[in-house]
Design a protein around this ligand. Structure first.
Ligand SMILES: [Zn+2]
Length: 234
């Protein structure tokens, strides 16, 4: 029997950046590392590309008459309703999706530009057994402490339990992982903040490759890991 070469089935992402991040991206106000992670999600997510296009479409004119306040969670629906009223019939902006090919790269274009190639170009550094890291060389560190990293977690391996002094964004590029908040796979973004003490576990089978964004060092909180804190810096 002739073996059938099959592309892995790819689903649209189910977990997205919040509206504040998408609006910040559209406005060009994100730091470089955060912008890179959002751009990478956009390369994989038609829904968020549409949302960013909406934010861009209303642009400065709308922002001018919005009180300077944190973006509310209903900001996007409100914008869409307003667009419906004011800009009915506006043509959809051109998407930025990469054409599908038989051998899709694992790293979408924005990341490949930083890494200098696809996954095989990454110079991994071992963190602990089963977990490798790569610091993505962003030019500007934004608020000073933001770091973007690739992380490769062996299938079935758990990332040591930890909390964050700031927030952490994790975007899955290959494989998947689960934590208390759900299951994440290619294109999905998980957001954790200082409140969350979590322990992501990579799906059995394939390695999980993701890009993480941290704006403060992680603190390990498992009983043994606490002792390692002074030695292990994520
Ligand atoms: Zn999305």
């Amino acid at each position: 029997m002739i073996p059938v070469l099959r592309k892995p089935v790819r689903h649209p992402p189910a977990h997205h950046p919040d509206d504040a991040l998408l609006a910040g991206y559209a406005a060009g106000s994100l730091d470089e590392a955060t912008g890179l992670v959002v751009a990478t999600h956009l390369a994989l997510c038609p829904a968020c590309r549409d949302a960013v296009a909406l934010f861009e479409a209303v642009g400065g004119a709308l922002l001018d008459d919005v009180e300077p306040a944190p973006m509310a969670s209903d900001a996007l629906p409100a914008l869409m309703a307003r667009l419906d009223r004011e800009e009915a019939g506006r043509p959809a902006p051109a998407g930025t999706a990469e054409p599908a090919r038989l051998s899709d790269p694992v790293l979408p274009r924005p990341l490949r530009d930083y890494v200098g190639g696809d996954l095989d170009a990454v110079r991994w550094k071992r963190l602990i057994r089963g977990i490798d890291l790569y610091d993505i060389p962003v030019v500007s560190a934004g608020r000073g402490r933001i770091k973007a990293r690739l992380m490769r977690i062996k299938g079935g391996v758990a990332v040591p339990q930890h909390t964050h002094e700031g927030t952490e964004l994790t975007l899955v590029l290959e494989g998947g992982f689960s934590d208390g908040s759900g299951h994440y796979r290619r294109g999905d973004i998980a957001c954790s903040d200082a409140e969350v003490d979590h322990k992501p576990v990579a799906d059995e089978g394939a390695d999980c490759v993701c890009v993480t964004l941290t704006d403060a060092p992680l603190r390990l909180t498992g009983p043994l890991m606490r002792l390692l804190n002074p030695f292990v810096r994520f």
